[in-house]
Design a protein around this ligand. Structure first.
Ligand SMILES: O=C(O)CCC(=O)C(=O)O
Ligand SMILES: [Fe+2]
Length: 343
């Protein structure tokens, strides 16, 4: 049976970073209000021009246009870098996302994860320069959010120092494949299944027209993988950065700031949905591995950045295993078509 999605047209806050130094308190108030409620907000006047964003999208298109045999020479690794294709299974769906992605970091994790200059001239330098620009915007947001929690202004900035070789921050390029509006698309097809992000704060870039992102504000705790909620579509607007709070900041703020579900929905209705390819870029602020994480109220035990991310990976894995077990039980209970046994 098809689950009908419920939608609400709630507007997500649009926050301008114009005149940051003089307006910092007003900006912090707006950011904290958004972080405490929906956990999503759009940033404008952030200083990265549409030309610069478009240039990095062009780099992403160059990368993904390469043959799979070339991209697979820089495979996704446990260091959280590299290329994957239709390999990320979300606990919310139990199915691999129908996309490919390539993740880059600043430090030694990238040792074997860059393609050579012969294959993709200029890609590495351009991508790192773009990442530094997104880092600068992230740092402005971090200062405001630290202020809101009563930490020193540079508290999160120090924890996300791009000069530290153990920083875990990632720029992920994403490519969702085009679909044929005239061909049936199986219910099990998901562009990106519903999930929360693990890190501190995610900054997402989209291109106008390439829609599909949906958010689900109003979740209380990050340990659930529950669905069937009310979703809101986020139409891409030129130059806007969509930001969302991640699980790490939810924990680091003693649950004051909300890490909420989002997904990229598979198009279903040719009259309204976008079936073409979608490119997006997500900058995941994730701390230096050794940095110690604990909220001002000490609601959760102190953990290192590395432990937090590892626990998130394990929680995801456990939820996935539980989901597989439930799916297997249901398959055994319902007499259905015979399928070949998998070994
Ligand atoms: O592609 C998108 O718009 C969303 C990607 C995303 O949520 C993720 O990779 O965590
Ligand atoms: Fe995400």
């Amino acid at each position: 049976m098809v689950n009908e999605t419920k939608y609400s047209n709630r507007a997500i806050p649009k926050i301008s970073l114009r005149d940051f130094d003089t307006r910092i308190d007003a900006i912090a108030t707006e950011l904290v209000a958004a972080a405490e409620t929906d956990g999503f907000f759009a940033i404008v006047d952030h200083g990265i021009s549409w030309r610069e964003i478009s240039a990095q999208f062009a780099q992403a298109e160059r990368f993904f246009a390469l043959p799979d045999a070339v991209k697979s020479t820089v495979p996704f690794t446990h260091q959280n870098v590299g290329w994957e294709k239709a390999a990320q299974v979300r606990p919310s769906t139990g199915q691999p996302d129908q996309k490919e992605s390539y993740q880059m970091q600043y430090g030694p994790a990238m040792r074997d994860a860059w393609l050579s200059e012969e294959i993709l001239p200029g890609f590495r330098e351009a991508s790192l320069a773009f990442m530094r620009k997104v880092q600068a915007v992230s740092e402005e947001l971090m200062i405001c959010l630290a202020r809101g929690l009563g930490f020193d202004d540079d508290y999160f900035v120090r924890a996300h120092d791009i000069a530290d070789p153990n920083l875990q921050t990632v720029l992920r390029l994403l490519h969702y494949f085009p679909l044929d509006p005239d061909a049936p698309i199986p219910e099990t097809h998901h562009r990106a299944g519903a999930h929360t992000d693990w890190g501190l704060l995610t900054l997402l870039f989209q291109r106008p027209g390439e829609s599909g992102l949906e958010i689900c504000p109003g979740r209380d705790v990050f340990t659930e993988f529950g669905l069937r909620d009310t979703w809101t579509k986020v139409e891409p607007v030129e130059g806007e950065i969509i930001c969302n709070i991640g699980d790490l900041l939810m924990s680091w703020s003693d649950d004051r700031f909300k890490s909420n579900f989002h997904r990229v929905r598979t198009p279903r209705d040719p009259a309204v949905d976008y079936f073409g390819p979608r490119y997006s870029m997500a900058y995941f602020n994730q701390p230096v591995k050794s940095y110690l994480v604990q909220g001002p109220l000490k609601k959760y035990p102190i953990v290192s950045g590395a432990e937090f991310i590892q626990a998130a990976v394990q929680r995801n894995y456990a939820a996935l295993e539980a989901r597989k077990a439930t799916d297997r039980k249901q398959e055994n209970a319902e007499p259905g078509p015979l399928t070949a046994a998998s070994s």
